[in-house]
Design a binder for this molecule. Structure first.
Ligand code: FAD
Length: 541
C-alpha cells in the first residue's frame, strides 16, 4: 500500500470530478500535484463525450443546452482558455458563439411529414393548466415519490406542451413529479421562447471539444494527475460518528491506496451514461445491461454504511430508464440542404425537431458545423434520439433498441415523408446508434433520503458529487448540477472557498411569472419578451 498525505482523491473524471479539481486548484489553493482523478474509462469527460472519425462515423451521446443562470458552470469555464484561442475563456467563447449564431427553431414539431401547423401552440386545456398550477404551487416535500402521471389528467400527455417538454428534457410520465416541478420553476424564464427553444446556450463544438479537452489541458499543465482506466471498486470507511472517514481506496486491478487523516475523497456515485453500448450501420447496440464502477461502488457503499441513499431507486429498472441516440456522419450536403429547406433554419439555428407521430419519440438536431474541432472537411454531423426505444417504429416495425443504423435512417426518412429519390441524400451515411440504459435514471421517482447529501452525515473527509447527491432546488440532468455539487463539496471539505451561489429564483420575479402565464394561456409572446432571456440579455448586464 502506498501511504499518502494531504492529498485530494477524486473518483470519476466526468465534469463533476474535473470541476472539483479546478475549484481545488484555482480557488482553494491546492497544488496540482496533490490532486488525483481516478477515472475508469480510457479518457476523462464521462457523459460529455465526442469521439470517432469521418471513416467510422463520429459519435456524441448527446448535445447539451445551457442557459444564462448556469452560474457555477459559467464561473468554472471563465477560468479555462477556450479550445481555439487561449486569450478567450471557454465561458466567453460560449457567449460569443451564441451571439453570432442566434437560434430560434421554426420547426419544433413535425406531423404527417410536414412542419406541424400548430407547432407554436402548447395546446393546454383548462384541466391541464390547473394541474400544472397545482404542481408548481405545492410544497416539494408534499409530493413524496409521486410520478408526473399521478399529477396530470391523461389529456395533458396528448398536448404539444408535453411533446415539446418531454423531448426537450427527456421526461416520461413515470418520472418524478418533484423533478418536473423543479424544472418548471427553475426554467420559467425560458417559457416565452419555449416553442422555439430560444434563450438556451449552445457550445461551438461538441462538449468534449468545447469544455472537457480545454479543462483537461489546463489541469494537466498544472500537474494534476488524471489517471485513465483506473476503477475504484471499494472504499474502507473507518471510525464512528462524527469522525467517520475514508481510510483506503481499492482499485479494480487489485491495488489499493491508503487515505490519510489529512486527505480528502470526492466520489462521483452513479452515472447516467454507464453501460452505454454502441452499434453501427448494420448492427444494433448490444442489449446487455452492464453496470460499472459508478453504480457498483454506490451499491456497495449504500449496503455497508448509513447516509449513502438508495441507488436501487435510480438504477434498478434499466428498461424504464433507457433511451437510444444516434450520430450520423455524411459526406455530402444533400440532407442538410433538404432539412434547412424543410425547417427554414440554417443548421445550428433550429435545435430539436420532434416527430409527433413517432412511437419512438424520434427527434433530431442539425448542429452548427463543424461539430468536431478536427472534423474532416466536407463532412456533416447530425444527432438524433428516441425517448421510447422499446416501441416498434411505424416505418420499420423494429424497436429503436433493436434497430441497426440503416434501419434508424429508414425510420427517419419515413417520418420525414422522403420520396425514394430524396432518400439518396442519406446514402453512404455512417450511423452510430448508442443505447444508454441509465440515461433517465436521474428522473426516477424518489423519496427524501434516496440521494445522499454532498457530505453524508456522519462524515469527515469525503463528499459525494455529480448527479445523485442532494442539492436544494437545482435540476438534475444538467451540467450545472454536477458543477454545483463540485463547488459545494470543495467548500465543505476544504473550508477555503465560498459555497455555490444560490440557484437563481426567476420564479419569484412577477414579470417573469406573468410572461410565462401568458404563454401557457396560449397568448403569443412578444418578440421583446422572448429576447429578455438568452445570451444577448447576459451580454447587456
Ligand atoms: P458522468 O458524466 O456520469 O461522469 C462520471 C464519471 O465517473 C464517468 O467518467 C465514470 O466513468 C466515472 N466513474 C464513476 N464511478 C467510477 C469509479 N468507481 N471509478 C472510476 N471512475 C468512475 N446537461 C445539460 O446541462 N444540458 C443538456 O442539454 C444535457 N443533455 C444531455 C444529453 C445527453 C444525451 C446526456 C448523456 C447528458 C445530457 N446532459 C445535459 C447531462 C450532463 O451531460 C450530465 O449530467 C453531466 O455531464 C454528468 O456529469 P458527471 O461528472 O456528474 O457524471
Amino acid at each position: 500500500m502506498v501511504q499518502s498525505r494531504g492529498q485530494h482523491h477524486i473518483v470519476g473524471g466526468g465534469i463533476a470530478g474535473l470541476a472539483t479539481a479546478v475549484f481545488l486548484l484555482r480557488d482553494a489553493g491546492v497544488p496540482g500535484a496533490d490532486i488525483h482523478i481516478h477515472e475508469q474509462l480510457d479518457r476523462p469527460g464521462g457523459s460529455l463525450d465526442g469521439s470517432g472519425d469521418a471513416r467510422q462515423g463520429y459519435l456524441v451521446r448527446g448535445g447539451r443546452m445551457f442557459e444564462e443562470h448556469f452560474a457555477c458552470t459559467l464561473d468554472l469555464l471563465a477560468g479555462i482558455p477556450s479550445a481555439d484561442d487561449p486569450a478567450v475563456s471557454a465561458a466567453e467563447d460560449i457567449l460569443a458563439f451564441n451571439r453570432a449564431v442566434h437560434a430560434s427553431g421554426n420547426c419544433r414539431i413535425v406531423r404527417g411529414g410536414r412542419p406541424a401547423a400548430d407547432r407554436d401552440r402548447l395546446g393546454l386545456g383548462r384541466g391541464a393548466l390547473l394541474d400544472l398550477a397545482r404542481l408548481v404551487l405545492r410544497p416539494e416535500r408534499s409530493l413524496g415519490d409521486r410520478t408526473i402521471a399521478a399529477c396530470f389528467r391523461p389529456a395533458f400527455f396528448d398536448s404539444n406542451f408535453w411533446l415539446m417538454w418531454a423531448t426537450m428534457f427527456s421526461f416520461q410520465p413515470w418520472h418524478s413529479a418533484v423533478e418536473m416541478r423543479r424544472y418548471l420553476r427553475r426554467f420559467i424564464h425560458l417559457f416565452p421562447g419555449f416553442t422555439r427553444i430560444e434563450g438556451v446556450l449552445r457550445t461551438r463544438y461538441n462538449q468534449h471539444d468545447a469544455m472537457i479537452a480545454p479543462m483537461v489541458c489546463w489541469l494537466r499543465q498544472r500537474g494534476v494527475d488524471i489517471a485513465p482506466a483506473r476503477q475504484v471498486t471499494d472504499l474502507t470507511i473507518g471510525g464512528t460518528a462524527p469522525a467517520r472517514r475514508v481510510t483506503r481506496l481499492a482499485f479494480a486491478d487489485g491495488t489499493a491506496l491508503a487515505v490519510g487523516a489529512e486527505d480528502r475523497v470526492y466520489l462521483t456515485l452513479g452515472s447516467i451514461t454507464e453501460g452505454s453500448a454502441t452499434g453501427s450501420a448494420d448492427r444494433a447496440p448490444d442489449p446487455a445491461v452492464r453496470e460499472g464502477g459508478g453504480w457498483g461502488l454506490w451499491r456497495r457503499l449504500a449496503a455497508a454504511h448509513p447516509g449513502f441513499g438508495r441507488p436501487e431507486a435510480f438504477c434498478g429498472t434499466p428498461e424504464r430508464t433507457s433511451w437510444t441516440s444516434f450520430t450520423v456522419t455524411l459526406d455530402r450536403p444533400g440532407f442538410f440542404a433538404l432539412m434547412e429547406d424543410f425547417t427554414g433554419n440554417r443548421a445550428g439555428t433550429g435545435g430539436l425537431v420532434s416527430f409527433a407521430g413517432s412511437a419512438w419519440g424520434l427527434s433530431i438536431v442539425l448542429f452548427h458545423q463543424p461539430h468536431f474541432r478536427d472534423q474532416a472537411a466536407g463532412t456533416q454531423v447530425f444527432w438524433g434520439y428516441g425517448l421510447c426505444d422499446d416501441r416498434p417504429g411505424e416505418v420499420t416495425g423494429r424497436t429503436l433498441r433493436e434497430a441497426t443504423g440503416t434501419e434508424i435512417l429508414a425510420e427517419l426518412a419515413g417520418q420525414l415523408g422522403l420520396s425514394r429519390d430524396q432518400r439518396a441524400v442519406l446514402s453512404g451515411a455512417r450511423v452510430v446508434p448508442c443505447r444508454m440504459p441509465f440515461i433517465t435514471s436521474v428522473f426516477m421517482a424518489r423519496r427524501p433520503g434516496d440521494r445522499p447529501a454532498v457530505c453524508p452525515d456522519p462524515g469527515g473527509n469525503f463528499a459525494v458529487i455529480g448527479q445523485f447527491c442532494e442539492l436544494e432546488r437545482d435540476c438534475v440532468f444538467t451540467v450545472e448540477y454536477s458543477v454545483r455539487s463540485a463547488r459545494a463539496a470543495v467548500a465543505q471539505l476544504t473550508g477555503r472557498t465560498p459555497p455555490p451561489p444560490p440557484v437563481a429564483r426567476t420564479d419569484r420575479d412577477p414579470r417573469v411569472v406573468l410572461r410565462a402565464l401568458r404563454v401557457l394561456l396560449g397568448r403569443r409572446p412578444a418578440q421583446d419578451q422572448r429576447a429578455a432571456a438568452g445570451p444577448d440579455a447576459l451580454a447587456r448586464r
